[in-house]
Design a protein around this ligand. Structure first.
Ligand SMILES: [Zn+2]
Length: 440
């Protein structure tokens, strides 16, 4: 049995029982936290003691919606035709990228995305994958890589009709294979991925609904009402809204994950609450795509989680930028959204339901997923103002532990060839961008 005592820590346990401990210690046994306190003196004599030198520790963070497959898009040449709306951005950029990805470039995308997540203190990822010409085995590839990084992962392959019936069938099959293969594996939560209502026919939704009927403990993971085009399409198909269309095919349950939801109506929100589905908000992506800003009322009513939608790996940055994007359009004195609450409280609720275990707190009984910052506050840091420091002061962590193992220690990765991954990503990105030119 491995036992570790981490000492000399400033512990921040957001929205937990005790939120702040100065000069604290954390005792870990077999990958789980067994005790947390100001001074732990009664630990076993043969315990491994590690002095953390006054670092500040947060719980491992959860990204509730991302696309690791877009990791090689950074700096990608812009589209030849200047896309002028959301659908054109999808057609000219993302749907070309996801058709150009093959097995090697997908692996490189996963590796670099997982590596950047870990380096930014993300220990649980909810991924939504799309490599439309490398479908079979893509989820297994992701699961194996995530395991090597010690990252907990929720998988979903993006089914869509946009590449024809055979590709839709392969996508659905990839989800079902993963659900059967990984549903009982610890640290993995396979979901049923759908791109969005507007790229799926009634026939396809019916086929997905029929499969979902026979599954337990999982749900769909889908973009909803990100742009008005999605809602208009549902209306054109004879439905009141996207949410009501999904519900018609029995696709909404307590394990469903709804992403964006910017253009939903009150009746949709009521239906989501009734079915027990979860909403995830991705503020920087919404700003980047110019699709609108999610209503603060919807955020509060549905206890929305926080995702990056592939825009970045650092959740504290996503929270900070979400705050600033919202502030930019608010008059003085109007209450905003607490993005740290989305990150540390709502994401925790979402992930605990998915993985069916305690997650996201520094308390006894939780997995030892911990993120350490060598943070020297220039002003006082205490139990009343840690949120300001977390949002505007913290940069990148120096140490990251998952399940009681240091994956990064003093900035150095354990058992991961960082240079090899980045060199491979460089050459794979060049090859991928070249391949995209041939995708019509
Ligand atoms: Zn997305």
């Amino acid at each position: 049995m491995s036992q570790i005592l981490l000492t000399n820590l400033r512990i921040i346990n957001p929205f937990g029982d005790v939120e702040f401990i100065e000069n604290g210690s954390i005792e870990i046994s077999d990958g789980s936290i067994v005790s947390v306190g100001a001074e732990l003196t009664d630990s076993a004599p043969d315990i491994q003691k590690i002095d953390m030198g006054g670092k500040t520790v947060l719980p491992g963070m959860i990204n509730a919606h991302t696309h690791l497959y877009s990791s090689l898009a950074l700096g990608m040449p812009p589209s030849q035709n200047n896309p002028v709306n959301f659908t054109e951005i999808l057609k000219q950029v993302w749907w070309k990228l996801d058709r150009a990805l093959d097995e090697d470039s997908t692996r490189a995308s996963f590796q670099v995305g997982l590596l950047n997540a870990l380096k930014n203190g993300v220990t649980t990822l909810v991924d939504h994958h799309s490599s439309q010409n490398f479908i079979d085995g893509s989820t297994r590839q992701l699961v194996e890589l995530a395991d090597a990084f010690g990252i907990r992962i929720a998988t979903a392959f993006e089914t869509s009709d946009r590449n024809g019936d055979d590709t839709f069938a392969s996508g659905l099959d990839e989800n079902l294979t993963a659900i059967h293969e990984f549903a009982n594996r610890e640290h993995i939560h396979p979901m049923l991925g759908l791109h969005a209502s507007f790229t799926l026919s009634d026939k396809s939704l019916k086929a997905i609904g029929k499969e979902l009927e026979n599954l337990t403990g999982t749900g769909i993971h889908i973009h909803v009402a990100e742009d008005l085009a999605d809602e208009r399409d549902a209306k054109m198909k004879g439905y009141h809204s996207v949410i009501q269309r999904l519900d018609k095919f029995n696709l909404l349950n307590e394990h469903s994950l709804i992403i964006h939801g910017i253009h939903m109506e009150q009746t949709d929100i009521d239906l989501i609450l009734k079915r027990g589905a979860q909403l995830v908000h991705c503020p920087t992506s919404n700003a980047n795509n110019r699709v609108g800003n999610l209503s603060p009322l919807v955020v509060r009513k549905l206890n929305a989680g926080l995702g990056t939608d592939g825009m970045q790996s650092n959740m504290l940055k996503e929270a900070k930028e979400g705050t600033l994007i919202r502030s930019a359009s608010l008059p003085g004195g109007v209450e905003s959204v607490n993005y740290l609450q989305l990150l540390f409280q709502n994401n925790r609720t979402i992930a605990e339901k998915m993985f069916n275990q305690k997650l996201g707190k520094i308390e006894s009984g939780y997995p030892a997923d911990l993120v350490f910052y060598d943070y020297c506050p220039v002003t006082e840091l205490n139990d009343t103002n840690w949120q300001g420091h977390a949002l505007f002061g913290f940069e990148s962590p120096t140490d990251v532990m998952t399940r009681g193992l240091f994956r990064i220690k003093n900035g150095k990765l354990a058992g991961i060839d960082e240079n090899g991954i980045f060199n491979n990503a460089q050459s794979e990105s060049r090859r991928l961008w070249q391949s995209m030119k041939n995708v019509t």
